[in-house]
Design a binder for this molecule. Structure first.
Ligand code: PEP
Ligand code: CO
Length: 451
């Protein structure tokens, strides 16, 4: 069942069931905020979204890799030039490791500049003897365990918009203004990483890249004005969960007449909101951005094909990215039937592995964590499954931070359970720290090479 383009409008999702929406206290205030947002400038342009679609098409064709990564959820409190720069540094380092290690272009997509809303497994949570609305991300409510903080406040959507705009502005300056120049490849190594095994390994790789650049210069290639060296394309993405917000930022492209959700270059639909007839799928069927869909262990080949049909009836390479999150234990068993079904139906999708969301567990002290070995294990299973079916393991989707946190166990520094409390800062899911992220990039590059 494809969506009728002639009757689709940014508000037609309202005729469908929308899962995971906040219980807003006042419809009128939501509508006032939506109208205000609808009058604000777009955050990205339609032409840029098409640029990302073209880049993702090269991943779908097996000629590039996708690295999509960032925070589980962005925070209104942790918002500074430094946090944005540190996240970008990790992304650039990982991309350098993957590009050099796998000798393939890497399409870099941040979970950034709009990743402010979370789906929750339960609408409420019991704290002491009070039943509170669950924390749904700063664009909806506050994380403090009080009734007051947890009350959804539509005005937060405006703050989310402004923080996204400021974040995107700095990201554009960093990526186009010299910071991301490949000649700076050493500078992206943070101090606290540089002294670690992975940091030293990175230094070595950076020196090799530098030598290659010097070699090119020595034989007379003028690299000073080469945009591929001086600038990077770093695209934005977030889970398209809060439909009033996405509706408000959806605009008709003056060039093509098509609808684009101008809140980010790419939007993804979460595991809990991917019902083919639900409001989220119906909404994103009508916008022309590249769209991702998370697929968990219950996804059947029939469901996945229906999603492909609804979201990409025209089979446009780069339009649809299927992000699987099956768990390290089951990925090799669950993935091949999906890969075969989609391949046989001729859908030119990008396959990405989210090795984070199905590998969460709680420690005995109640901390939500993931083990580095399980994260790596799911990526290995993902590669093995693609190898078996003959499809392209397009990329990875990760939750990391540039900060020196202790949220995930293991990795080359072998973070232990007893250390988790030391620097556990996530508002939601546990993230890989900078060293673990770099470690993972080296491992993925090795997997790519052996593939
Ligand atoms: C997420 O990516 O943060 C998330 C909630 O993922 P999923 O929808 O796969 O559970
Ligand atoms: Co998460």
């Amino acid at each position: 069942m494809a969506v009728a383009r002639s009757t689709w409008s940014p508000s037609s999702w309202r005729e469908h069931d929308a899962a995971q929406q906040p219980d807003w206290p006042s419809g009128e205030r939501v509508e006032a905020v939506r109208a205000q947002l609808a009058a604000m400038p777009p955050l990205v342009f339609a032409g840029e979204a098409r640029g990302l679609r073209d880049a993702l098409a090269t991943v779908a064709e097996g000629r590039a890799l996708l690295l999509q990564a960032g925070d589980c959820v962005e925070s209104f409190h942790e918002f500074s030039a430094i946090t944005i720069r540190e996240k970008l540094k990790i992304m650039l380092q990982m991309a350098a490791v993957l590009t050099y290690g796998a000798t393939l272009p890497v399409v870099k997509v941040g979970r950034i500049a709009g990743q402010f809303v979370k789906p929750r497994s339960s609408a409420t949570e019991r704290v002491a003897d009070e039943e509170l609305p669950s924390f749904r991300g700063h664009m909806v409510n506050g994380e403090a365990p009080t009734l007051d903080a947890r009350r959804p406040d539509p005005e937060r959507m405006l703050q989310g918009y402004h923080q996204s705009a400021a974040t995107l502005n700095l990201v554009r300056a960093f990526t186009k203004g010299g910071f991301a120049d490949l000649n700076q490849v050493h500078m992206w190594n943070q101090e606290f990483v540089a002294s670690s095994t992975q940091g030293r390994r990175y230094e070595q790789l950076a020196s090799e890249i530098e030598r290659a650049l010097r070699f090119m210069a020595a034989i007379g290639v003028d690299l000073r004005d080469e945009p591929h060296l001086n600038q990077v394309d770093y695209w934005t993405s977030h889970e398209g969960l809060l439909l009033e917000y996405e509706e408000a930022l959806t605009r008709r492209d003056s060039l093509t007449g098509d609808w684009y959700d101008c809140s980010a270059h790419m939007l993804w639909i979460g595991e809990r909101t991917r019902q083919p007839h639900g409001a989220h799928v119906q909404f994103f069927a009508g916008v022309n951005n590249p769209i991702g869909v998370k697929l968990g262990p219950t996804a059947t080949p029939e469901e996945v094909l229906e999603l492909c049909e609804v979201l990409d009836p025209g089979r446009v390479p780069g339009r649809l990215t299927l992000i699987t999150r099956m768990g390290a234990e089951r990925v090799f068993e669950l993935l091949p039937p999906l890969l075969r079904a989609v391949r046989d139906a001729g859908h030119p999708v990008v396959w990405a592995c989210d090795p984070m969301h199905a590998n969460v567990f709680a420690t005995s002290s109640g901390r939500k964590t993931r083990h580095f070995d399980a994260v790596l294990g799911e990526i290995e299973g993902f590669f093995a499954a693609h190898m078996q079916v003959g499809t392209w393991p397009g990329g990875v989707h990760l939750e990391f931070t540039g900060d020196d946190v202790t949220e995930c166990l293991g990795g080359s520094e072998d973070v232990q359970e007893a250390e988790l409390d030391a620097r556990y800062m996530s508002l939601c899911d546990p993230r890989l720290n900078a060293r673990q992220s770099l470690d993972l990039a080296f491992r993925v590059a090795e997997l790519m090479r052996s593939a």
